[in-house]
Design a protein around this ligand. Sequence first.
Ligand code: FES
Length: 146
Amino acid sequence: MLVGAIPAWLSGSKASAYAVTHPSPKASKATKTGVKSILIPVKVGSVQLALSKLAVGNSVSASFVDTTGANKPILVHRKSAKEVVAYSAICTHSGCTVGAGAKTFVCPCHGSTYDSTTGAVINGPAPKSLAPFPVVVQSGALFIKG
Ligand code: FES
């Protein structure tokens, strides 16, 4: 069986020009290490979280799937019209899932409370702040910058 030959216009140096891939609109600039960051949708259940669904001063329990495929529970808080913050929902005391609240996040296991605007511990026994995640709002939807 004869397989079609590659046309001459594709076989030379021009062929590589056609192989160049262009970044999608959601691709971010390369970091200092040369690794491109990606935008990962923030979801509440199976629905991507829209900025319009989170009123200023409110918080919500959400999640995202990290680059290893692990589901990460997070707490998202809208500080102002344009500023949104997100923190790991994993308590720094013993790993329970912390719940969302407008001004504080509360751990149901031993009662630690965290500031919803900073993730800092207000009352222990949690030993340290909740881990922050960088949030990006694009086209009205929330993403974690991975
Ligand atoms: S696991 Fe959260 S306070 Fe103990």
